[in-house]
Design a protein around this ligand. Structure first.
Ligand code: KG4
Ligand code: ZN
Length: 340
């Protein structure tokens, strides 16, 4: 089957065509992602600007995805779009476009949960079997989810305040490093001494694998104020300490999630799938690799274009659900909040 997927829930305008064969193996035939650049000067995504940019560009992006795939709408078996969670104006643009296309062509519509799309990506890229664990670390989400099947998800832990990417972005803003902050903090951290400042390691040792980052961000601010004006080396040292704290927290929380997974399914080797923009951080990736090696777990990090927001993951959920006969009516609503 061939599915068109549309993603507009944040600041990526994206469309893709994915094929799924009868054995359940997936293949990306096209994957077009436009990262909106209008937000950088504001230091964060501006919802109204994002929605307008989706309106302006989505038709083109869909046409490109179909063209690159060498198919027309007539060849497509279903149209899938992110219906939430996300910035509601953008979600409405993508979902309404998908509804209009489905209505005009008579093809089935599939309304996709964006988190489910991140959760199932590894089945598209690596064909992995259920159950497994997902660590989603992006600008908007920080969660550890147990994935037992299509539609069967259990959140084991989440952040009680800021998302991890948000913590990187806010820390970067505080230290005048620009937006998006994650890559800038990582670059500065590489030149810093992680032992000079002592920052908190929130949630270490808690029984449920939850996260908290706002205290860490505040601790960076207090150190920055204490040592103002900061020299470039101060900034690098603060970033290194910040990143080291985050790596220590992630190692502890993921180890805890592996323990929980093993206690429920002792016969299954735990597999951890990583998704979200923060997965691009090399120190965090190395930390996860270390934890996986130490605990005998398997780690899957899809390529960066499939870790961050894209249409292929949405099309893939469409294909998995279509194979199960799960489609949606035109009354399906866009949702700003939609927990897994
Ligand atoms: O998944 P994503 O592209 O977009 C959404 O949030 O939906 O994630 C973007 C987030 C931003 O907060 C950005 O600062 C962070 O991922 N990020 C990083 C790195 N690259 C991107 N954080 C830490 N280190 C990085 N190298
Ligand atoms: Zn996302």
């Amino acid at each position: 089957m061939i599915v068109l997927g549309i993603e507009t829930s944040c600041d990526e305008t994206a469309a893709a065509v994915v094929r799924r064969d009868d054995e359940g193996a997936g293949r990306i035939v096209s994957n077009v992602v436009l990262s909106q650049d209008a937000h950088a000067i504001y230091g964060g995504v501006v919802p109204e600007l994002a929605a307008r940019a989706h309106v302006e560009r989505l038709d083109d992006i869909i046409a490109s995805a179909l063209k690159e795939a060498g198919v027309t709408l007539a060849d497509v078996d279903a149209i899938a779009a992110t219906a939430g969670p996300g910035l509601i104006g953008g979600v409405l643009v993508g979902l309404t476009t998908a509804k209009a296309m489905a209505m005009a062509t008579g093809k089935p519509l599939i309304a996709v949960n964006h988190l489910e799309a991140h959760a199932l990506t590894a089945r598209l890229t690596d064909g992995i079997a259920f159950p497994y664990l997902l660590l989603l670390v992006s600008g908007g989400h920080t969660q550890i989810v147990r994935v037992d099947g299509v539609g069967s998800y259990r959140r084991l832990g989440t952040t009680i305040d800021d998302a991890l990417g948000e913590a990187f972005d806010k820390t970067a803003k505080l230290l005048d490093l620009g937006y998006p902050g994650g890559p800038a903090v990582e670059r500065a951290a590489a030149k810093g001494d992680p032992t000079r400042f002592h920052l908190p390691r929130p949630m270490l040792g808690r029984p449920s694998p939850d996260f908290s980052f706002s205290g860490l961000k505040t601790a960076v601010r207090l150190e920055a104020e204490k040592h103002a004006p900061l020299s470039p080396q101060d900034v690098c040292d603060l970033c290194a300490a910040f990143q080291a704290s985050i790596c220590a927290v992630i190692a502890d929380r993921v180890t805890r999630a592996f323990d929980l997974f093993r206690s429920e399914t002792p016969d299954v080797v735990p597999t951890l799938v990583v998704a979200g923009g923060v997965a691009a951080n090399k120190a965090i990736a190395a930390t996860l690799k270390g934890v996986a090696d130490k605990t005998g777990a398997r780690l899957i990090v899809p390529p960066p274009v499939l870790c961050t927001d894209n249409g292929a993951m949405v099309a893939w959920v469409g294909a998995e659900k279509l194979a199960l006969g799960q489609t949606d009516g035109f009354d399906v609503a866009a949702r700003a909040r939609w927990p897994l």
